[in-house]
Design a protein around this ligand. Sequence first.
Ligand code: XBP
Ligand code: MG
Length: 231
Amino acid sequence: MLKALIFDVDGTLAETEDLHRQAFNQAFSELGLSWHWDSACYADLLTVMGGKERLAHYVATRHGDAADLRARMPEIHTRKTAIYGGLVSEGALALRPGVARLIAEARADDVRLAIATTTTRANVDTLLAVNFPAGDRPFDVIASGDEAARKKPASDIFDLAVRRLGIAPSEAIAFEDSAAGIRSALDAGLPVLATRSRYTESHRLDGAFSAVSDLGEPGHPHRHVFGVAWA
Ligand code: XBP
Ligand code: MG
């Protein structure tokens, strides 16, 4: 019996990655760094999950892992996160098609809702704040960022979400947009429904039991779009 839906955030709940990219570039500029990540560069860097880890990978592979640059990474990522929060709030970043509908229907059927994401809790809270009223946040469980010892594709963050839900992985469905996220959810024992996003168009979705362009597919009653009746 389906007891919970577990959502990834970036690329799944909302198309956030280009705002992350813009926030990184604005932080670089404000901190006097001449770096600029265009879309193609960022798509390549997105193979590394986690903004801090992505930054470290960039410095190590493009700047010889220079000690002075490595020492500045916490400052850069903190500034980036602050800028990203402003961009999401200002732009009132909307949820992807069908997400709000599915969340409302799950709640109506007492199917619990959780988040399992690599991004920071601050970023999750900002996205939820612009999409749900303060007193009516739909997620029972939020597992995010550094709560997991290992970032996706390791299963840690989905394992944590399942533990906090107090259910068996087979009693939930995970929603993901990236190959690394699908791997993470599968290794946590979760069936996965994939919804490719702008930066994961080229990703292989091996292992997902279904892949749709987005959750707003017209004409698919939610109970059957996944081939899984939920109650
Ligand atoms: C996607 C990520 C995150 C974001 C950047 O997370 O890998 O690192 O790209 O956010 P998910 P941070 O798809 O699991 O939601 O800079 O806060 O890491
Ligand atoms: Mg994602």
